[in-house]
Design a binder for this molecule. Sequence first.
Ligand code: C5P
Length: 239
Amino acid sequence: MLSTYEAADAIILALDCTRERALEVVAELEGRLAWAKVGMTLYYQEGPSIVAALKERGLKVFLDLKLFDIPFQVGGAAWAAAKSGADLISLHALGGREMISKAVEGVASLEAEDPAKLIAITVLTSMNHETLSSIGITSTMAHEVERLAKLAIASGANGLVCSPEEVGRLRALLGPDALLICPGVRPAGADKGDQKRTATPSEALARGASKLVIGRPIMAAPDPREAFDAIVKEICDAS
Ligand code: C5P
């Protein structure tokens, strides 16, 4: 059975809001929360100072900027993101081998003792088969995710973002040490919003997720601390 500490450490809270609200919720979760995620909504308002503010509060930070550009630009962006102090940095596997390799070089050039890890997004959890077809990808979701996962790992990515629907297959393929991060996580009965490929926290972990990204089910709850504790309890009870 997982301890409360282990269950809480598996949760990365997506702070898709203002700085004020992010720091308010972080304060409410002091002593509970270990990981925070800064995405475009927060980073485009605050820049690297929000990463520093979260690190000062003892949190590990996933800087989820989903880098996707020419290799030269992504190399520079990965360097800058790592310099901000982020522990995890996301980029799109769709950017291809050269782009991912440049990001790896960008992070390595800082020669940090504990370098940031580059996490490649396979297919966004808000997409389904229809969305893939609409952009001209005709293979199945499972095939597309697996193809991009292999490409990203072969290009030097340290981990992957995938949905709870594909995490079991990727865990079997990549073994016990692979870092597999799942968004699209919803407690039973919670509103899915724009997420399409979802599972509950305990299901995603049972299928092999290393960490869960959870935003609105906690951030939009009337009492974020109660929502966080309920998710921790669900994970512990099911483990
Ligand atoms: O609010 P919700 O729990 O849906 O938040 C999920 C978070 O995970 C968002 O911040 C979103 O940017 C991020 N994400 C995602 N799908 C991916 C990668 C990241 O939903 N493939």
